[in-house]
Design a binder for this molecule. Sequence first.
Ligand code: DLL
Length: 432
Amino acid sequence: MIWNEPKECMSRDQISTIQEARLIKTVKDVYYNVPSYRKKMQVEGLEPGDIRHLDDLSKLPFTTKDDLRDNYPFGLFAVPQSEIVRIHASSGTTGKATVVGYTRKDIEMWSECVSRCLTMAGLGKDDIIQVAYGYGLFTGGLGAHYGVENLGATVVPMSTGNTQKLIAMMEDFGVTGLMCTPSYLMHIAETICEMGVKDRIKLKATVNGAEPWTDNMRRRIEEMLGINAFDIYGLSEIMGPGVAMDCIHHKGLHIFEDYFLPEIIDSETKKNLGENERGELVITTLSKEGIPLIRYRTKDLTSLTYEKCECGRTHARIARFTGRSDDMLIIRGVNVFPSQVEAALLTVKGITPNYKIIVDRVNNLDTFEIWVELDENYFSDQINMLEKLNKEIEHTIVQAIGLKAKIKLVEPRSITRSEGKAKRVEDRRVLV
Ligand code: DLL
């Protein structure tokens, strides 16, 4: 059953008609309400009246994470702050977070999108669903939560952290749905098997995203637990989880085209690419009020197909993501830019800006280690001094990016200098 059938199974002509009307309105909204958009359009000699058809989209300038940073915190909001009912934030490329705001209508639209996803996973009103994405400024927890409530299912707001308790409740409550990152799902699946409680749980389906994973990993988890696992995509700037999700046929993620207008571009030339050509996903929001975004460069690499899916949905499908066009890492579901680590390290006395980030996956959980080079002038081999410095760096990193790293202090000049682009990151995770 398709929960929102009239919206998800429209003809391509109907979809285009809706998109065109909403695009025209969105462009007017940003032009008249967001000074930085107006300026950008004026630089291109554009007025809202120049955007009359979907084909006119490519005339519009792109938006990037830098635009959000430059207008920190609320500069891109298109409504007065009094209309904003919620704020979320994700990592910026340096110190400042990327801030997004939602009106009441935005929250309704977001919840509807997540409800559509849950329906795609075969979940409904009678299900009990644990949300084990982090709650807080990250969009995962609350975004998923409101979607479950909107569907009328029962939500168990677990957040992250206590796997044994999560599994105990899964058993006691008869939980049938689970939302969490794919790597956490793998960890939960292994723990369930180790505890020998697989036969006592009623789990049917899981909805997993916020980081890249593979079809192989999905199939492995499905076999381990005897469930269906689904790939959900989203990003804070555009909304949060629920921008797109794969259906039971797992042949790409349906993007909700009545709310989001996707394009694929070549990251270098910035020219549009055709159907099935791999490039960077660009999204224009079509109904958002709080912070509508025009041609937002997600940096996520994928391709698009408009072919109707076997499930009956007509919304375009995004292929599973193969990476990003920038250096953003996703560690335990948290977005980390090496530049953030660098900016944080520069605030600590006694070390040099030479560092190395090492990311690995042990027992399906990401490990995060930073090697930091001591400054010759401050170099000391007094254990208590080094321990103090180590703690200070650890604290600075947690404050800056919200993630605990294992800090390894290394001797002055021991980190290999690069003659070209510094190779600061060693990502040893293998997605299988
Ligand atoms: O990760 C929102 C989300 C929460 C999505 C829960 C799904 C589930 P951000 O923290 O802003 O938002 O990170 C967005 O995460 O640009 C992708 O690079 C990556 N990402 C998200 N979903 C997927 C996925 C949330 N299914 C960034 N596959 C995006 C691969 C994903 N990468």
